[in-house]
Ligand binder design. Structure first.
Ligand code: SF4
Ligand code: SF4
Length: 437
């Protein structure tokens, strides 16, 4: 076991050897959203790594003053992509966050907001129970009235952010996903689908589209009964809760033989692929978790592996594809979503300026740090509008909501889709539903 590090406890502190891999070159600075916003060294990847080193050396402590620089980090991992020395910043910040959660008390308001978030979002049952209230809130005209009168500005910033990010409500009576869907034609693979929490309740059409496209491409799709994958808790440093969710999810998918495990939300996918590391010290679960993680594929990753078999009909659309950070940086998946979208005749893909920069969504970042998240969302919305695109696609529900909310602030609205919705519409040869926007 490591000797006790001042400020960090001995349970997996950020590893001094990994910290030492940072050579201070600064190549990461231009990709870091918080450095772009504030131009302050401690709000850059290099600065945060230096803070970790100083805490190890006892020069500074793990105090509320230092914690704010770690809290400001979006965990977007653009710095990992930019770093020529291969510094594993993601691991360092995850380990730092777990230490913070164990040792640094938060102000009561912060604690309440975080408690609310972690009670609600990882629970599809609670989210579902909220739906009738949200329908009433919209249908009664209360929402429009509160906006018109400016009364929402009286709420604390995180609640204002939550309200602004309310997702569109799914149609009533959407059928649940079938437990098993056969492949169309000869079966190439048997895959399990991770249906997500927010995705399953608020965007059931994305899961339906995922099943449609997978089946058309020769995959039998199994959707076992399942809970939350633990992504939000994992990225927030709530290690033990994330581990427990990982064990439960691995068990849920172990009941049936599967060639691959498919996920359509980038944040969840990055966490599922880390299950092996998350449960590495768990004697009972280490091997099953490693097998599970090795089988996980983002939907675009799996589709790119399979030579296309479906009949894709034209969709005349100028589309901006926004890379979700947990896809492009955490999973290094950039080319595959573009490649599968280009299977759609008539679809014109446009690239955004600053595509490597986070939109400010970043899991629950836009709820716990609403002001910088809003600035980053506005910056991304300006780039989307400058691209001249008629619609937006991204592989993470949080990114779509964040950019939609920023577009709404400037009085512009664009339809927004998960790429798999576009593929499913193209397979059907049907016009696109204006799902969001
Ligand atoms: S994860 Fe993102 S916000 Fe955090 S230091 Fe790296 S680039 Fe900056
Ligand atoms: S690019 Fe890598 S090595 Fe250079 S300062 Fe950033 S984290 Fe350190």
């Amino acid at each position: 076991m490591r000797p006790h590090a001042p400020g960090f406890d001995p349970h997996h502190p950020p590893d001094p050897a990994r910290i030492a891999e940072c050579v201070h070159c600064g190549f990461c600075l231009a990709s870091c959203p918080t450095y772009l916003l504030w131009h302050r060294e401690p709000d850059s990847p290099r600065g945060r790594i230096d803070l970790m080193r100083s805490i190890h050396e006892g020069v500074i402590g793990l105090t509320p003053e230092t914690v704010r620089y770690f809290d400001n980090c979006l965990g977007c991992l653009a710095c990992e992509t930019a770093c020529p020395s291969g510094v594993q910043y993601g691991l360092l910040i995850e380990q730092t966050r777990a230490q913070i959660e164990r040792h640094v008390p938060r102000p009561p308001g912060d604690r309440l907001v975080r408690w609310l978030i972690f009670q609600l979002f990882p629970s599809p049952e609670r989210l579902r129970r909220l739906l009738p209230l949200l329908r009433l809130y919209r249908a009664s005209g209360l929402r429009s009235a509160l906006h018109r009168l400016g009364l929402l500005r009286l709420l604390p910033a995180p609640l204002q952010a939550m309200e602004a990010l309310l997702p569109p409500l799914p149609p009533r009576g959407v059928a649940p996903l079938p437990g098993h869907t056969p492949a169309v034609g000869e079966q190439r693979l048997r895959v399990g689908l991770v249906s997500g929490c927010v995705q399953r309740v608020f965007f059931p059409q994305v899961n339906q589209a995922t099943v449609t496209v997978l089946a058309a491409e020769g995959c039998a799709v199994v959707v076992p009964p399942q809970g939350c994958c633990g992504a939000l808790e994992f990225h927030a440093g709530l290690e033990e809760r994330a581990r427990q969710r990982a064990r439960t999810l691995v068990a849920a998918f172990a009941a049936t033989p599967l060639d691959r495990i498919v996920v359509n939300a980038a944040g969840c996918g990055a966490t599922l692929k880390a299950y092996g590391a998350l449960l590495a010290e768990d004697e009972r679960w280490a091997a099953p978790a490693a097998r599970f993680a090795a089988a996980v594929r983002d939907i675009s990753e799996l589709l790119a592996e399979l030579p296309p078999r479906g009949q894709y009909h034209p969709l005349r659309l100028r589309l901006a594809y926004q890379d979700a950070c947990h896809l492009q940086h955490a999973q290094r998946i950039r080319q595959q979503p573009r490649a599968v979208l280009q299977r759609i005749p008539g679809l014109e893909l446009v690239e955004l300026e600053e595509a490597e920069i986070c939109c400010g969504s970043a899991g629950v970042y836009n709820l716990v740090n609403p002001l910088p998240a809003r600035e980053l969302g506005d910056r991304k919305a300006r780039q989307v509008l400058a691209s001249g695109a008629a619609a937006l696609a991204s592989a993470n529900p949080g990114c779509l909501l964040q950019i939609q909310s920023a577009l709404a602030r400037v009085g512009r609205s664009l339809p927004a889709y998960h790429p798999v919705e576009l593929l499913a519409a193209s397979l059907r040869g049907a016009p696109l539903a204006r799902a969001r926007g």
